[in-house]
Design a protein around this ligand. Structure first.
Ligand code: AMP
Length: 304
């Protein structure tokens, strides 16, 4: 089924203890679309770049079956740029710079043919813009959204309005605590459900993810990787794998959302094995299935 993705497209410079990349392709919408594209294609991408956006990055997106009709190109403008540095504990990163550039005046315009998208994934952008996207789409089957500390702190009222129109919110532990001021993650997730979404997914980095609904909790493990080179985009690849699987199967039942969490974790695990989007570059559906099965083995038990 059709999937619309909105978010940032970036040119990233990233340094980890294992190396660095400059001028690499990044941005929330990129990681989400590329990950989701392994399940459903073409993914409809709505984002903005400047006239300086390198041809090789555009080619990468096209090779991954991403429909670029909704990608605005601002001639004479500069693409959003982000620089980050990770420490030995890869859970900690410093943002070295955030140059919004053309992203600062971005107004998402949804091409007419995207107006009937069944699934919508709102990547990390201003929550007011996330709502503007939804206003241009005829009642989707499922709206999945992401956010970050920056919006929780700077635009809490806008974010609260947007939460009311999201079905699934994906956020990490610290964001869940910041949003609710509740230290306990289950209590925090339930408070977020009271704000609007019926499903809250809390990502816990190398400790997996929790899917919480009003009455149920599902805990997914993280894949025990020994080679993590660059955690950038893991959260977005998770969101892309999650929503891509749901769109492919067109099934929003609780059991299928649990499978989608494992597919999200699978795509995130591939993402962090290489720098930038390289971990998502050449995957096969077979590799994805194999890792999904390994995930299931991680917590399989025999009956007593
Ligand atoms: P993640 O590691 O999942 O948080 O996503 C990292 C990606 O988010 C990078 O490729 C950045 O270019 C992008 N990014 C960083 N800061 C922002 C921001 N303020 N708004 C939108 N995207 C951002």
């Amino acid at each position: 089924m059709s999937l619309l993705v909105v978010g940032s497209i970036a040119i990233d410079s990233v340094e980890t203890p294992f190396g660095k990349v400059d001028e690499a392709l990044g941005g929330s919408a990129v990681y989400i679309s590329v990950a989701a594209g392994y399940f459903t294609a073409p993914v409809r991408l709505v984002a903005v770049v400047g006239g300086d956006f390198p041809e090789r990055h555009r080619a990468f997106l096209e090779e991954h079956n991403i429909d670029l009709e909704g990608m605005q190109v601002v001639q004479g403008g500069k693409t959003f740029r982000w620089g980050g540095r990770y420490h030995y504990d890869l859970n900690n990163r410093d943002s070295l710079y955030t140059e919004l550039n053309v992203f600062e005046t971005f107004k998402p315009v949804i091409p007419e043919k995207y107006g009937r998208s069944s699934y919508v994934c709102l990547g990390n952008i201003d929550p007011a813009l996330q709502r503007q996207v939804l206003e241009q789409v005829a009642k989707p089957r499922l709206v999945v959204g992401d956010t970050m500390n920056y919006w929780i702190e700077s635009k809490p009222d806008e974010l609260l309005k947007t939460l009311r129109v999201m079905d699934v919110i994906i956020l990490n532990e610290s964001e869940a605590r910041l949003l609710t001021q509740k230290p306990n993650l289950i209590v925090a997730a339930k408070s977020i459900i009271a704000m609007g979404p019926s499903v809250v997914i809390v990502k816990k980095g190398e400790h997996g993810a929790l899917l919480v609904t009003k009455d149920t909790i599902f805990s997914a493990p993280a894949y025990p990787l020994e080679t993590i080179f660059d955690p950038t985009g893991a959260g977005d690849a998770f969101a892309g794998g999650f929503v891509g699987w749901v769109a492919k199967t067109d099934d929003v039942s609780p059991g299928n959302l649990r499978k989608a969490v494992i597919y999200g974790s699978t795509l995130a695990s591939f993402c962090v094995e290489r720098f930038s989007v390289d971990g998502l570059r050449d995957l096969t559906y077979l590799q994805i299935r194999d890792r999904y099965r390994s995930f299931m083995e991680l917590s399989r038990l025999d009956e007593v």
